[in-house]
Design a protein around this ligand. Sequence first.
Ligand code: PMP
Ligand code: GLU
Length: 398
Amino acid sequence: MEYRLATRAAALQPSATIAAAQKARELKAKGVHVYDFSLGEPDFDTPEHIRAAAEKAIREGKTHYTPSSGIPELREAVARRYAERGVRYAPNEVVISNGAKHALHNVFSVLCEPGDVVLVPTPFWVSYKALVQLSGATPRLIETSPASGFKMTPEQLEAALSDDVRAIILNSPCNPSGAVYTRAELLALADVLADTDVVIVSDEIYEDLVYDGDYAPPLASLREDLRQRTVTVSGVSKSFAMTGWRIGWSAAPRPITEAIERLQSQQTSNPCSISQYAALAAVTGEQACVAEMRAEFARRRALVGEKLAAIPGVRATQPDGAFYFFIAIDEYLGRSFGGQPVRNSVEFCTACLEQAHVALVPGIAFGVEGYVRLSFAASVQELEAGLDALGRFLASAS
Ligand code: PMP
Ligand code: GLU
């Protein structure tokens, strides 16, 4: 029998970050020690009090379906967290989903359709393009450059607007560039949208991972008009080292949230009940664990920055947020490594993994050629030894 897939399924590429991690995993399974800087997930264990809350939920039999948009306590807790950060959401403006990725999928599904355009500044997180395309809409890339710190300017935004633009994605702190927009920069961008109905999808999953201050304020907190036009997406994956629990959320004005509620009730019933109780403990419990993890990431950022500065021919600016270095390797393209020609970032990452056992993600997966992404969510020992291996690999170029 011949299986005919839907066009949208046939066109779908696998997530490049997950694919890079899988390649690293396969090499590890052969007994090779891989310096794995591919996947963006905190290497810390989920804090103990959060795990205890999950165990308690299991013992207390909280193992049934929950309301499809999430348990009321968690929706309220997320709303309170936003109130503390300067923006008021009612609990029924929050939907708990299976991770921020699922929340983003919901948002594009209810907002966009064929004929719509979604603006996506580059470099962008790998899944934005696919999630927009799944909704039928077309991504329109806005190319940023190192000269502007990989931030979109108001002029670029203005030039990219047209009547069919339905939404724009903002991701600050940004994966992969680590760029964090200032308040003034965000307000200048917002001013460009003032007379439009363009919705801002603000992916704030790295909000707690900034290296100047405790958190990046929610975009929606900056001004009332921004609260009206923004869908805020975030979750517990990065702030609380809870990637595997799969809890994220969206917060948006009622008409959008109400559509997401209907979608989610048909699509997934509800996110895992046990994970929701764990996320409740994360959001309402002591926050010292977040600060501790941030401090450790800051130490690693300094270490990686120093090590990279000592390698000739690579350029990277220190990220202001998240846990990635976006490294320019263009000076090494067109050269050979161990007899293997390396013409682009994909070939670079393949050779680097095979020869140096260092796993990175090609820049092209984020829409920018000539770069690779290094995740420093790895131990200091791994980072030190892995960066030495990367340095030796680069020195072997002919
Ligand atoms: N947005 C960005 C920018 C990310 O890096 C990630 C990676 N996890 C996500 C969203 C998805 O987060 P989650 O694991 O909660 O689905
Ligand atoms: N967001 C992480 C990354 O960029 C995890 C993998 C994914 O969901 O893409 O590596």
